[in-house]
Design a binder for this molecule. Structure first.
Ligand SMILES: Cc1cc2nc3c(=O)[nH]c(=O)nc-3n(C[C@H](O)[C@H](O)[C@H](O)COP(=O)(O)OP(=O)(O)OC[C@H]3O[C@@H](n4cnc5c(N)ncnc54)[C@H](O)[C@@H]3O)c2cc1C
Ligand code: FES
Length: 255
């Protein structure tokens, strides 16, 4: 799909967990579904914010021509976004980024999400299930009040919810939950905090195939400013344009 700027009507905008909102937009221009793992740059409805905020596609309803996003309030920009109401219009640019590839030869697929990295995995899980794959999901949240979309992921297959403080589900890290539940898989897809991605990458890069989506801080979001560079084995790459999805084993970590 050609990347372009759109003014889209807000169909609904609701709180679904602590500081977490689901935003559904009418997207009549949709000719093909945005790939899972791609993102849109959302304009903050406050002129103090020149930069748009990158938010991943959570779900696409192609028949109704609707796109949904889920975002968490992290700072002033996302807080201002949360003031938007159904009936308002929002300017967006997208879809952006490379998205998750679907690997035909893998049957058993593991989705690993952490916090604001959970949303892009849902549309991916839907596509994988449609393609006949067995989908297993392990999601990590800070605490019970931060958990969202458990029912949606359960509808795709086995789902394990982890919390850092043990207030809900498995008490511990997603990597510990995968081990303790004896989860086996052919390919993994992960999105979440960099430390989580690093742990997943270092644990599986030598013997598994997989894809990691890096939600780096961005400026232009369209590949022009080189403000989102990350080091990979093939040199520096722009997360917004060359990513945000990178192969397991591709990233270089110094921290
Ligand atoms: C490709 C991509 C997809 C994303 N998808 C989603 C999504 O689906 N849902 C969602 O809730 N968020 C997503 N994010 C993160 C989201 O863009 C940021 O949380 C948002 O831009 C913060 O804006 P702000 O003005 O509210 O916060 P700011 O005032 O800009 O920052 C507030 C705090 O959050 C930290 N922060 C800001 N951006 C990021 C980031 N990208 N990664 C880690 N920490 C950050 C800052 O360092 C600061 O501590 C995505 C980011 C990228 C790059
Ligand atoms: S944010 Fe400008 S090049 Fe990636």
């Amino acid at each position: 799909m050609k990347q372009i700027q759109w003014d889209l009507a807000i169909l609904s905008h609701e709180g679904i967990a602590r500081d977490t909102f689901r935003l559904k937009l009418a997207a009549p221009m949709l000719e093909e579904m945005p790939k899972p793992g791609t993102f849109f740059n959302l304009t903050v409805p406050d002129q103090r914010f020149l930069l748009k905020r990158p938010i991943s596609v959570f779900a696409v309803d192609h028949a109704r021509k609707e796109i949904s996003f889920i975002y968490k309030i992290m700072g002033e920009g996302t807080k201002a976004l949360s003031d938007l109401r159904a009936g308002d219009t929002i300017r967006v640019i997208g879809p952006l980024g490379n998205g998750f590839p679907i690997q035909d030869d893998a049957h058993k697929v593991l989705l690993i999400g952490g916090g604001v990295g959970v949303p892009p995995l849902y549309e991916l899980g839907c596509r994988l299930k449609e393609a006949g794959k067995e989908v297993i999901t392990v999601l990590g949240f800070r605490d019970q009040s931060s958990v969202f979309c458990e029912a949606e992921f359960r509808s795709l297959g086995q789902t394990v919810i982890c919390t850092d403080d043990g207030s809900y589900g498995f008490h511990g890290l997603v990597t510990q939950a995968i081990e303790e539940h004896g989860i086996e898989f052919d390919v993994l897809y992960a999105c979440g905090p960099r430390l989580m991605l690093k742990a997943v990458d270092l644990k599986y890069r030598d013997h598994k195939t997989g894809y990691l989506s890096f939600e780096e801080r961005m400026a232009c979001g369209i590949g022009a400013c080189y403000g989102c560079m990350t080091e990979t084995r093939e040199g520096l790459k722009r997360v917004c344009k060359d990513g945000p999805v990178f192969r397991l084993g591709e990233a270089v970590y110094h921290d």
